[in-house]
Design a protein around this ligand. Structure first.
Ligand code: PDD
Length: 275
């Protein structure tokens, strides 16, 4: 098996040779944030946007991180791997406690960790189910605290689903690891940015791109019932690209009819970023 290239506290190594303290606050408290940065044909996609979001996540937690050094490290990691298509997972934690304590010591040094893997950005068709959004009130921070997402997605997996579409008080938020879009007639709809969803980079790239082709996009508050009127539904993320939803199991919805608007959006997106 190919060794996975990684970096821990700025030292490059293979993933299976890195040793991490169990008192890392990433481990005990999820006191950490992360990014997933895709690259295709050796070029990273929206690199600056990912770095800017990582910086915002760090600021929200008061974590100090040298952004120039981090950017260079991520670029070097991709180069070292010799991979053509893939993504980097990069995580920043508060550091390592001497003894577990909720209140951290200001003298801790930020701990960083990244690895790079190959990924084939194939288009996917997904079965999903809706569920109550169990998460906290700062889902705009790309935190590694993902237990709500993990519980909901694995619950859905037991019913044969690949993803979930979450809602808070019946208002759609996002997927378990993606943002949600749907099309009704000639308009594309997606939940507006708020503390309840991650400001997805793919979401932003897609909205900007399709608007340039004259497609109408509305961002707002939508309910589970709105999905019942949709001709197509899809999820976006850095690893999924645009993934078409074919079934919403619990709502008894099958989306195998008119997918024109989804197909147009997918074509625009793939021509811009994956060709
Ligand atoms: N997740 N919402 C959530 C909860 C996510 O975890 C993700 C991505 C997105 C989409 O964001 P972006 O387009 O910037 O990838 C939205 C990554 C891929 C992950 O955790 O693996």
């Amino acid at each position: 098996m190919e060794k996975i290239h990684a970096v821990y506290n700025s030292i490059f190594n293979y993933l299976d040779e890195i040793k991490i303290s169990p008192l890392s606050r990433a481990y005990t408290f999820s006191d950490s944030v992360y990014e997933v940065i895709p690259f295709f044909n050796s070029n990273s996609i929206a690199f600056e946007s990912h770095i800017n979001r990582l910086e915002r996540s760090c600021k929200a937690l008061n974590l100090s991180l040298d952004m120039d050094k981090t950017s260079k490290e991520i670029i070097d990691l991709i180069a070292k791997s010799n991979l053509i298509n893939g993504y980097v997972y990069y995580q920043v934690s508060r550091g390592i406690d001497s003894i577990r304590s909720h209140m951290f010591d200001d003298s801790l040094s930020t701990e960083t960790f990244g690895y790079v893997v190959s990924h084939s950005f194939k288009s996917q068709k997904l079965k999903v189910m809706t569920c109550e959004d169990l998460r906290w009130q700062r889902c705009d921070i790309k935190s590694t605290s993902l237990l709500g997402n993990v519980m909901s997605m694995n619950n859905a997996r037991m019913s044969g689903c690949h993803e979930v579409i979450m809602h808070k008080n019946n208002i759609l938020t996002e997927g378990g690891a993606s943002n949600v879009f749907f099309a009704i007639e000639e308009t594309v709809f997606t939940p507006a940015l708020s503390n309840n969803i991650l400001p997805g980079i793919t979401r932003e790239l897609l909205i900007d791109e399709i608007k340039q082709f004259g497609i109408k996009v509305e961002e707002g508050d939508y309910s589970v019932d709105d999905l019942k009127n949709a001709q197509s539904v899809w999820l976006t993320s850095s690893t999924k690209g645009l993934a078409q939803v074919t079934n919403i199991l619990d709502l008894d919805i099958q989306l195998n009819g008119d997918n024109r608007l989804f197909q147009k959006c997918e074509q625009i997106f793939f021509e811009k970023f994956f060709s």
